[in-house]
Design a protein around this ligand. Structure first.
Ligand SMILES: CC(C)(COP(=O)(O)OP(=O)(O)OC[C@H]1O[C@@H](n2cnc3c(N)ncnc32)[C@H](O)[C@@H]1OP(=O)(O)O)[C@@H](O)C(=O)NCCC(=O)NCCS
Length: 393
């Protein structure tokens, strides 16, 4: 088996394997052509193929993205397009490709990686840790009626998404700089919602600045207002958008929205009623998983005042002894002098760095060995935080 880096000219070679996994197949000739076009555009990603006798057995893709980690924006490897030929499954091809992709991601200067798993156990063994799931909120517009009479500073604008796209970009850029976990696509992938132009966009504005946005479609009269991700910078921006939605009471039956894990829709309005759900299924949908690819590259990360030594086990990228020091509120990472009693898998270390796990949970989930004396130091160094990945890929 040989691993090849795929270029835009090879799009037609991996398209059938990709389509078999993710599309309604067999494809019509027209759809096949569409997919090749679409994929050649995306082959600015790092796409690898495992081949034997010129046949593609499996493929993985790395998207050059960016992510906010505890306030600092880092290059991030977004992993997508993980597929194998149905005749070549369970032979370890995807595992081999993933190791290669992660190594290349690190060489490209990407200390972080994010993916959406088909089964979390597969990627846990590759060092990834699952985050909290985003929530889908389903409600009747009447559930927001109490907001109709609230006097709010600011206003909303309604446009097609292509027309309001600059406002979406402004919000995304602001959140990338300020929200832990927030992600951004590379330029060549970023503007797809604008180019598709299939959604309405309602935006909230205060003092001449965009503070919230929601893309949505209306399915039919008496049907659903199907919203995307509700983006806002605080309670007033959120209420401006929700008050706008409340105005659809005599037009649609239900509203659906996607919100970050930490959002509390039950507190949006008086008389709120609805469903706030997270569905996790194998193979889909599932919450994102995260991984650190390069620990020394995280030097300078905001951290608490504590010093711990750790040993990362069984990991080609992070394995070994490390001293982590948060003196002055910024992380320094140096190779440790000897093995530590704090023994972490890469998934456990990734969980600490992202604030998704504490030391007690690492022990409780069997992701490492952390003596109780070390719990305080580790919790101080890496305080719990609520990462929100935002993009799906
Ligand atoms: C999911 C998918 C990519 C897995 O591909 P695969 O080629 O079977 O992947 P691998 O062979 O590397 O690993 C799969 C499993 O086979 C096991 N395996 C690997 N070599 C093996 C061998 N020689 N004998 C038996 N099992 C083996 C692996 O251990 C792994 O199981 P585990 O998760 O319990 O550890 C493939 O089923 C697929 O294309 N599915 C549809 C699309 C999809 O879901 N993509 C993932 C999106 S994130």
């Amino acid at each position: 088996m040989e691993i090849r880096l795929i270029t835009a000219d090879d799009a037609d070679r991996i398209m059938p394997v990709r389509a078999y996994a993710f599309d309604a197949t067999p494809l019509t000739p027209q759809r096949a052509e569409e997919l090749v076009r679409y994929m050649s555009f995306r082959l600015q990603n790092t796409t690898l193929a495992a081949e034997e006798d010129g046949e593609v057995l499996a493929s993985v893709s790395g998207i050059p993205m960016r992510q906010n980690l505890r306030g600092v924006v880092h290059p991030m490897l977004g992993v997508a397009g993980v597929v194998s030929n149905p005749l070549a499954r369970r032979r370890g091809h995807v595992r081999t490709l993933m190791h290669d992709l992660m190594r290349r991601g690190r060489e490209q200067g990407r200390p972080l990686s994010v993916l959406y798993p088909f089964r979390s156990g597969f990627y846990a063994r590759l060092g990834y840790l699952g985050l909290t799931a985003a929530k889908t909120v389903t409600l009747r517009p009447e559930a927001l009626a109490s907001l109709l009479t609230v006097d709010l500073p600011g206003e909303v604008r309604l446009r097609r998404i292509a027309e309001g796209w600059e406002d979406v970009l402004a919000l995304q850029d602001r959140f990338l700089g300020s929200r832990h976990g927030f992600t951004e696509f590379p330029e060549y992938r970023r503007h797809q919602p604008r180019d598709d132009d299939e959604h309405w966009l309602v935006t909230a504005h205060r003092d001449g600045r965009v503070v919230g946005a929601l893309p949505y479609r209306i399915t039919e009269y008496g049907g659903e207002l199907a919203g995307g991700v509700l983006l806002h910078d605080g309670a007033i921006a959120r209420a401006l958008l929700l008050r706008f939605l409340a105005g659809h009471a005599d037009q649609v039956q239900t509203i659906t929205l996607s919100v970050p894990p930490a959002e509390r829709p039950e507190q949006w309005s008086t008389d709120f009623a609805g469903t706030i759900a997270s569905t996790v299924a194998i193979p889909h949908p599932a919450p994102p998983m995260v991984r650190v690819l390069d620990l020394p590259a995280l030097t300078g990360l905001p951290a608490g005042e504590a010093r711990v030594t750790i040993t990362v086990v069984d990991d080609a990228l992070l394995g070994g002894d490390w001293t982590l020091d948060g003196a002055g509120g910024a992380l320094t990472v140096t190779p440790g002098a000897s093995a530590s009693e704090v023994r972490l898998t890469s998934a456990a270390l990734s969980g600490l760095v992202y604030g998704a796990l504490g030391p007690e949970e690492i022990v409780a989930r069997g992701l490492g060995a952390v003596p109780a004396e070390a719990w305080d130091g580790i919790s101080t160094l890496f305080p719990r935080a609520d990462p929100w990945v935002y993009l799906d890929f």
